[in-house]
Write a protein that binds this ligand. Structure first.
Ligand SMILES: Nc1ncnc2c1ncn2[C@@H]1O[C@H](COP(=O)(O)OP(=O)(O)OP(=O)(O)O)[C@@H](O)[C@H]1O
Length: 534
C-alpha cells in the first residue's frame, strides 16, 4: 500500500527526495479510513502533552507511531481509549464521529478500537479457551459452562488467527510470539474481518526474543491483509521499516509528519524523531586486554545457570547474548547478590564474594540496572530528583548538612544531558513517560562512577537520541576503568558497543565472539545456525 505524504511545512525538514518519492499516485479510491483523529489537545498541569495532533489510519494498513520519549504517543492512545479525556479533539473511527473530550473505554470498544499492551496478560496455566473467553464470557448451557461448545468456538478463533494449537492446551505451551497472537486474537475475536477493527499495539515485540520477532511481524501483516487497521507504537526503527505502510511522527506533543513506509530509511526516521540527524554514533569499547580483572566468575551454578565462566577486565564492555530462558538475567542478578549460587565462585576486585547482598554490592561499587524497571528500579511516589540520587544520597552530605543545591544542580544536569522530558526535577516519577523513567534510572547509576556496571536491557523503551547518549556514557564509564556487562536482546546494540559478546545457551556460555561483530552473526550463533570457534 502506498500513500501520499502529508507534509507540514512548519515541521523541520525531512529529506525532500524521500517525500516526493512517497507521493506516488495511489489507488486512493480503494482506501477506507479506519481512524481519523484531529486537533487532539491534552494538558497535565503545566505539561502540554498533546498540542493539537492528528493521526489517520486506513483499513488494511499497518501504521507506526514514532517519536522521542515523552512526545505524547501514549497520551494520544489513552485519549482514544477513553483512559484520559482530551481537552479538545475529535476522531472518526470506522465512520463514527467521536468527541474525544468525552471518550470512555466503553465508547472506544463500541467504536471497534482494541488495545494490546506490552505485557499481553496471557495466563500460562490456563487453557487457550480460558484465555480467549475469560474477559468476554463463556458459552453456558443450563447455567453451567459448556466446555465442549467453548472449545469448539475457541478452535474457530485459533484457526482464524492462524494459531496452531489445541483449545485445551495450556497457554504456557505456546511459543512467545504465538502467545502474543493469542492476546491479539482475544482482542479482535468479536470483530468482523470484513469491517475490521482498529488494533493498537504498544511495543508489541518488546517481550519477544530477537529470533522470533519476525514471526509476530508476519502475523501482524496478515491481520492487516484481512482488513484490520493496525497502529504500532514503537521505538524499534528496524521493525518500523519491516512492517509499516506509513509512519506518523510526533515531537514534543506536536504532529510532525506522516510518510510512506516503503521509502523510509533509518536516517530519515531518526530525523523525524529528533528533528536533526544523529551526529555521532557511539563506538565499540574493546578495553585493554591486560587490564585488571574486575569480575571473575567460575563454574557458577544456580537457577537456570549450569556452570558459567566469565572474566571481565576493567575498561571492557562485555555483552551477553542468549534466548529467553537462557539464564542471562539470572547471571546478572546472581553477580549482584539478588540470589545465591548453588555452587561456583564470584570474585570481584580480587575478593571472593560469599553470601553477598545487593546493598553491599552497591556499597562496593557495583551498579545494576534491571530489566523490569517498574517493579525493581523505580521508587514510586517519589520525585525525579529522589529517584536520581537514590542509593547515593550520602554523597550530598557534608559536615552533617545536605548540600541540596549541588544535588539539584546535578539532577538538572542529568535531565539536560539525557533529554529527560519532565516538568521539573521535583515532578513525581510516575508522571514521566516510560522511556523517560528508564533514562532517570540509568542516570542514577552512571552518576555513581561504578567499578562494575551490570545492565539488563538498558535501552528498552528508550528513544533513539537517548539511546545514543546512554551508549556514549557506557563507553565513558569503561574509559574510566569501569567493567561493564550488558544483557541485550538487541544484537545490533551488542555489536555496536561491546568489545566481545558471550553467547549463553541453556545456562552455559557456549562461545565468545569478538569484534568485528555483526548483529546477524550474533543472532545466528545464538540460535545455533552458525558456529564460531571459541
Ligand atoms: N498522568 C500524567 N500526569 C502528568 N504528566 C503526564 C501524565 N501522563 C503523561 N504525562 C506527560 O505527558 C508527556 C507525554 O507522555 P507520554 O507518556 O504520552 O509519552 P510517550 O511518547 O508515550 O513516551 P515513551 O516513548 O517514553 O513511552 C510527558 O511529558 C509525560 O511526562
Amino acid at each position: 500500500m502506498s500513500h501520499p505524504a502529508e507534509h507540514d511545512p512548519a515541521a523541520p525538514a525531512v529529506d525532500d527526495s524521500l517525500l516526493s518519492a512517497s507521493e506516488v499516485p495511489t489507488a486512493a479510491s480503494t482506501r477506507r479510513s479506519a481512524l481519523d483523529a484531529q486537533g487532539v489537545v491534552k494538558t497535565f498541569g503545566a505539561t502540554k502533552a498533546l498540542k493539537g495532533v492528528k493521526l489517520q489510519i486506513d483499513a488494511g494498513e499497518v501504521h507506526a507511531l514514532i517519536g522521542g520519549n515523552g512526545c505524547g504517543k501514549s497520551t494520544l492512545i489513552k485519549c482514544l481509549a477513553g483512559v484520559h479525556q482530551a481537552d479538545s479533539g475529535t476522531a472518526v473511527i470506522r465512520g463514527q464521529e467521536i468527541d474525544l473530550t468525552a471518550q470512555t473505554p466503553e465508547g472506544a470498544r463500541a467504536a471497534g478500537l482494541r488495545f494490546v499492551h506490552q505485557d499481553p496478560g496471557i495466563f500460562p496455566t490456563m487453557s487457550l479457551t480460558e484465555n480467549l473467553f475469560l474477559g468476554t464470557g463463556f458459552i453456558r448451557s443450563a447455567g453451567r459452562i459448556d466446555w465442549k461448545a467453548n472449545h469448539r468456538k475457541a478452535q474457530q478463533v485459533l484457526d482464524r488467527f492462524d494459531i496452531k494449537g489445541d483449545p485445551k492446551q495450556l497457554a504456557a505451551t505456546l511459543s512467545v510470539p504465538q502467545r502474543a497472537m493469542l492476546a491479539i486474537a482475544r482482542a479482535l475475536q468479536d470483530l468482523d474481518d470484513q469491517e475490521g477493527g482498529v488494533l493498537v499495539l504498544d511495543e508489541p515485540t518488546a517481550a519477544l526474543p530477537a529470533t522470533e520477532v519476525h514471526l509476530l511481524l508476519e502475523s501482524i501483516r496478515r491481520l492487516a491483509a484481512q482488513g484490520h487497521a493496525i497502529l504500532i507504537v514503537t521505538h524499534r526503527l528496524d521493525e518500523v521499516k519491516q512492517v509499516a505502510d506509513r509512519v506518523t511522527a510526533f515531537r514534543d506533543g506536536e504532529y510532525i509528519n506522516t510518510i510512506s513506509g516503503e521509502n523510509l530509511t533509518e536516517g530519515a526516521l531518526v530525523e523525524l524523531i529528533l528533528g536533526r540527524r544523529l551526529e555521532s554514533a557511539a563506538s565499540v569499547t574493546e578495553g585493554p586486554s591486560d587490564g585488571e580483572i574486575t569480575l571473575d566468575v567460575k563454574n557458577l551454578v544456580g537457577g537456570p545457570l549450569q556452570g558459567i565462566d566469565l572474566t571481565v577486565r576493567a575498561g571492557e564492555v562485555v555483552g551477553i547474548a542468549g534466548l529467553l530462558g537462557s539464564g542471562r538475567t539470572e547471571l546478572l542478578q546472581m553477580i549482584y547478590g539478588l540470589f545465591p549460587p548453588t555452587s561456583g565462585t564470584i570474585t570481584y576486585q580480587g575478593k571472593q564474594l560469599a553470601g553477598h547482598k545487593p546493598a553491599e554490592s552497591t556499597r562496593t561499587g557495583m551498579a545494576f540496572v534491571p530489566e523490569d524497571r517498574g517493579a525493581e528500579a523505580v521508587f514510586p511516589a517519589s520525585s525525579v530528583l529522589e529517584n536520581m540520587v537514590a542509593g547515593h544520597e550520602h554523597k550530598y552530605f557534608k559536615g552533617g548538612w545536605l548540600r541540596d543545591r549541588k544535588e539539584r544542580a546535578d539532577a538538572r544536569d542529568d535531565v539536560k544531558r539525557f533529554g529527560i522530558r519532565t516538568a521539573s526535577t521535583s515532578a513525581y516519577i510516575e508522571s514521566l513517560s516510560g522511556g523517560n523513567q528508564q533514562k532517570v534510572i540509568v542516570a542514577r547509576w552512571l552518576r555513581q562512577n561504578p567499578k562494575l556496571l551490570l545492565l539488563d536491557e538498558p535501552t528498552q523503551g528508550v528513544d533513539v537520541g537517548a539511546r545514543d547518549e546512554i551508549y556514549k556514557l557506557i563507553a565513558l564509564a569503561a574509559d574510566q576503568g569501569c567493567a561493564v556487562v550488558v544483557v541485550s536482546s538487541e544484537f545490533e546494540e551488542l555489536a555496536r558497543i561491546c568489545g566481545r559478546v558471550a553467547v549463553l545457551s541453556k545456562g552455559r556460555i557456549v562461545t565468545e565472539m569478538r569484534q568485528p561483530l555483526e548483529a546477524h552473526e550474533i543472532l545466528e550463533v545464538t540460535i545455533g545456525t552458525k558456529e564460531v570457534a571459541a
